[in-house]
Design a protein. Structure first.
Length: 202
């Protein structure tokens, strides 16, 4: 089956569409559509996108998802910049992943892979005794360290040997802290400071 527009100018946002309609009990309504449209206005350039719309009550049709000619998928945006781009103007959860399993050691997991290397994030369910136990958030790498970055600078690293470094990229002990020229400081709940550069030595 072929759906073709009779428009021949090659203008942007021209093409074909499938609309889905019905009756709300009082009037005929269009409930949604799928459109396949030209992505640009350049003559001879036939890059096209697909868009999907639904209709909330009391409003017009709203585009919800778009797949660009380059294969990027946008949810809430018509100009996705990545393979999957989710956008919302509301202060809300943008991605919700759920496993309803209540089995022993059940979990919900995200897996990422780069080349032959993998990493996993998972949360354990209420009946977990493995990993960190009930409700724990767990991070696992097949090869490589875990690092923490702020302001484009690595601040902390957990190496494959289990060494934790703060202020160093290669900790040589289970915990190695490297401070700035002012030295290291530890503030107790009492308000008293201990540090390598203070009179109270650690």
């Amino acid at each position: 089956m072929l759906f073709r527009s009779s428009e021949t100018t090659g203008a942007q946002d021209t093409g074909a569409a499938i609309s889905f309609a019905g009756h709300d009990g009082s009037s005929a309504r269009t409930f949604g559509y799928i459109r396949s449209m030209k992505e640009n206005s350049t003559v001879g350039n036939y890059a096209g996108y697909m868009s999907f719309a639904t209709r909330p009550n009391g409003s017009d049709l709203v585009e919800r998802m778009r797949i660009t000619g380059g294969g990027n998928v946008g949810i809430g945006t018509g100009n996705p910049s990545k393979s999957l781009h989710i956008q919302s103007s509301a202060n809300d959860t943008l991605l919700y992943l759920q496993s309803t399993s209540t089995a022993a050691n059940g979990y919900s997991q995200i897996q990422m892979q780069a080349g032959s290397r993998s990493a996993y994030f998972w949360v354990a369910n209420q009946n977990a005794t493995a990993w960190g136990g009930d409700g724990s958030l767990n991070i696992y790498t097949t090869n490589g360290a875990i690092t923490w970055w702020t302001a484009n600078t690595q601040k902390m690293i957990l190496t494959t040997d289990g060494n934790l470094g703060i202020g160093t990229t290669s900790p040589a002990a289970k915990l190695e802290i490297v401070g700035a020229s002012g030295g290291l400081s530890l503030k107790l709940p009492s308000g008293q400071w201990y540090g390598a550069s203070s009179t109270n030595r650690m």
